[in-house]
Design a protein around this ligand. Structure first.
Ligand SMILES: C[S@@+](CC[C@H](N)C(=O)[O-])C[C@H]1O[C@@H](n2cnc3c(N)ncnc32)[C@H](O)[C@@H]1O
Length: 206
């Protein structure tokens, strides 16, 4: 199911020009491997959010080969982004791309369980959740106290290809909806959904 009218989505995509050669190479790789990177619509969104927020510490859960992390790093002024993935080959590729883009010094790379890695960090200014969909709720409950005041939480695939509307929910969809409900009902957060691509949840810790 399309989240946005495909003509509108195309219209936005055609306006969203990407000139960075490394990002273009990463997009090509994502396409070739059929790897679920966030794509340039979300990339531009997280880039701008980072510019506005000027965070010191961004932590990503599920970095793949570093496409979303690269957008974050490009927007950072003097902060850093922590990338995590349990697949070594993904992290190795991410390092290569960051090296090509001269962004290595803005990033830390970890191989292992994203949640365990993230839990080693305090005062997280932006938490980006894009790992196993069934573990989003566990992630926010574990990391809530590691967030700085006014921290942002951004979670991808929150509309899950429209499956959130179905009657008989599979486990992943059920878990995504539980996480979403938790965020909207939690008085510690102000939460909204931005329906670009597969749906982005954006929340601010009060
Ligand atoms: C959707 S992809 C991430 C894409 C990336 N955020 C981007 O847009 O470029 C999800 C990634 O999370 C990783 N992953 C899933 N569960 C994980 C976990 N518990 N710990 C670490 N990595 C995990 C997968 O290996 C995969 O590379």
């Amino acid at each position: 199911m399309f989240i946005t009218n495909p003509y509108i989505e195309n219209y936005i995509r055609n306006l969203t020009n990407v000139e960075d050669k490394v990002l273009l190479e990463m997009e090509e790789l994502g396409h070739k491997l059929n790897f679920p990177i966030v794509d340039r619509l979300v990339g531009k969104f997280i880039y701008l959010i980072t510019k506005i927020k000027n965070p010191k510490l961004i932590v990503e859960l599920g970095s793949g080969f570093g496409y979303s992390g690269f957008w974050f790093a490009k927007a950072l002024i003097d902060g850093k982004v922590v990338l995590s993935d349990y697949k070594e080959e993904n992290i190795n590729k991410a390092k290569e791309f960051f090296k090509k883009g001269n962004l290595l010094e803005k990033a830390e790379f970890h191989i292992g369980d994203a949640l365990e890695i993230a839990n080693q960090y305090k005062n997280i200014d932006i938490l980006f959740i894009d790992h196993e969909k069934s573990r989003y709720l566990e992630a926010i409950k574990t990391l809530e106290n590691n967030l700085s005041e006014n921290a942002l939480v951004i979670a991808d695939n929150i509309l899950w290809n429209g499956k959130v509307l179905e009657q008989n929910l599979d486990n992943q969809t059920k878990k995504i909806k539980e996480f979403t409900k938790y965020m909207f009902e939690n008085k510690k957060f102000e939460t909204c959904i931005v329906p670009i691509r597969d749906g982005i949840l954006l929340a601010m810790k009060k």
